[in-house]
Design a binder for this molecule. Structure first.
Ligand SMILES: Cc1ncc(COP(=O)(O)O)c(C=O)c1O
Ligand SMILES: N[C@@H](CCCC[NH3+])C(=O)O
Length: 500
């Protein structure tokens, strides 16, 4: 087992868990939903659709087909049982975190984040690894990523300013965005970001005009290679006819390239592409390398230049529930390098420096969210377990139909598991956090639920819906818990509102 696959240890055994190998056994993936719509969605590599979920709600399966997989396989590697009813992450019992910091609360295992950063550097030797800040950013994370020698991918002046204020070297930052505002570009130029990725033709002259006389800004062009990949239609960005990047198929990328070359204040250093998110196979990345290598060769022929950098974006998929597939990093790294070397040799080009931009795969599996049960309602067909968070801190199930595996902690259940639907507290029937999950049949108000794989795209996409306030973030490190981001208080919320 290679360390690049990011295996986790079974608590108490030190043995790698089955999830470390699931990328090699996609047949093991079998979401709970059993409807024809859900089956078709799985065949297409998608999580069950909202429609598939709805019919699964109507006919929940009697037996969870994933029950044979280690239930802790998607938790941080440091996770260990405490007694019969609690779990500790990095040596800190989760019930203690809930008691001390309240709920909902997000818990981040620092060592897991660092481990994942290191695994990337091992899987991509000699490459630049930019952590995609959109997955989650706070000052402590900026420090961890800097100390682990990664770069940072930001897509707003907000992410950029926070990172630089926390001491991140601007030259190791790449700025993205399909609609960069004048403020974004001003901040990038003022702070001296290493690279800006051109996403549209109209941005080129605007950026060039903002670069101070005598200076040159390094840029890449975001190319859309015309490849469909990604865990859900809403997070696919490699296909033509969506809002990101410049198409290879219709010639927009080549057109933009000529324009960039005509701007003396812009230094074109390479090509970029980001296929989408939650991709669990290597194949689409290999296709992207082939298409971009072809473009590098044409650029060389037509313009006589050799671009030194190739940034392949992020999108590396992870498991949210035991048994789901993950992208095998070691395989991705070695096969990408081999494909790039082969393509460049065939075209007579030097191999460009590779870059990747993982977000989810670094921080997602390092996070756990804790919720307190507020009510349990049995409607006959369903049991709805309502908790003190919801779509305001995790919009992902509502947006993409993503399924999670919550777990009761803090007391021993006295009833067998049964299908329940965990819902949030918001005024929205679609505020479902986990549909048809197996949880003890005696759940009651006051119980604590812990949900793993909560580190990416939860808090970074959190909203102010119903003005409940965003949860805190607590780091756990070697038996100690510390607050990284405090809970948003009602005073915080009221302070913003300065009207009469
Ligand atoms: C340009 C770019 N790079 C990197 C990422 C990070 O993606 P992920 O978190 O799926 O690795 C994204 C988001 O999908 C992105 O848009
Ligand atoms: N926010 C999405 C992924 C989009 C990534 C950003 N380009 C998610 O939660 O899965």
């Amino acid at each position: 087992m290679s360390h690049h696959t990011l295996p986790r240890a079974h608590p108490g055994t030190g043995a790698p868990s089955p999830s470390a190998a699931v990328g090699a056994a996609p047949g093991a993936t079998s979401p709970v939903a059993t409807s024809p719509a859900a089956t078709a969605a799985r065949a297409a590599g998608e999580p069950p659709s909202a429609a598939g979920r709805a019919s699964a709600v109507a006919a929940p399966p009697a037996v969870d087909p994933l029950s044979a997989v280690d239930p802790l396989s998607v938790w941080p590697r440091s996770t260990a049982p405490v007694g019969h009813d609690d779990l500790a992450v990095a040596g800190v019992p989760l019930t203690e975190v809930a008691d001390r910091f309240g709920t909902p609360a997000y818990v981040l295992d620092e060592a897991e984040v660092r481990h994942r950063c290191r695994a990337y550097l091992r899987a991509f030797p000699g490459a630049d690894v930019y952590y995609a800040a959109k997955a989650f950013l706070c000052r402590a994370l900026v420090h961890w990523v800097r100390e682990e020698a990664l770069g940072l991918d930001v897509c707003s002046a907000g992410e950029l300013e926070l990172a630089v204020a926390a001491g991140f070297p601007p030259e190791r930052i790449v700025l993205h965005g399909n609609a960069k505002s004048p403020a974004d570009l001003r901040a990038a130029l003022r702070l001296g970001v290493g690279r800006i990725v051109i996403d549209s033709t109209s941005e080129i002259a605007r950026l060039a005009a903002a670069v101070p006389p005598g200076a040159r800004q390094k840029v890449l062009i975001r190319v859309v290679p015309g490849i469909a990949a990604g865990g859900h239609a809403k997070i696919r960005t490699g296909t033509d006819d969506q809002k990101f990047g410049l198409s290879l198929t219709d010639g927009s990328a080549q057109h933009a390239l000529a324009r960039v070359l005509g701007q003396p204040r812009l230094e074109l250093v390479g090509l970029h592409c980001h296929l989408g998110s939650q991709i669990t196979t290597v194949k689409p990345y290999l296709s992207a390398v082939r298409r971009l290598t072809g473009l590098l060769a044409r650029i060389h022929e037509q313009h006589g230049i050799t671009l030194p950098e190739l940034d392949l974006g992020g999108g590396h998929g992870i498991a949210y529930r035991p048994g789901e597939p993950t992208l095998d990093l070691a395989s991705l790294g070695s096969r990408l390098r081999a494909e790039l070397a082969r393509g460049c040799a065939a075209a007579g080009l030097p191999v460009p420096r590779l870059a990747v931009e993982p977000g989810r795969a670094i921080v997602g599996p390092a996070g756990v969210v804790l919720y307190r049960v507020l009510s349990v309602k049995r409607t006959g067909a369903h049991t709805f377990v309502a908790v003190d968070g919801g779509m305001s801190d995790n919009p992902r199930p509502a947006l993409y139909g993503v399924r999670y595996a919550p777990r009761l902690i803090g007391r021993r259940p006295s009833a067998a598991p049964e299908p329940v639907t965990v819902v949030g507290r918001h005024c929205e029937a679609g505020d479902v956090l986990a549909a048809d999950v197996q949880l003890p049949g005696d759940l009651r108000p006051g119980d604590l639920l812990a949900v793993p794989v909560a580190g990416a795209y939860h808090l970074s996409m959190a909203s102010a819906y119903n003005l409940v306030g965003r949860p805190p973030v607590v780091a756990v490190t070697e038996g100690q818990a510390r607050l990284l981001v405090r809970r948003e208080s009602l005073a915080d919320i009221q302070e913003r509102d300065i009207g009469l």
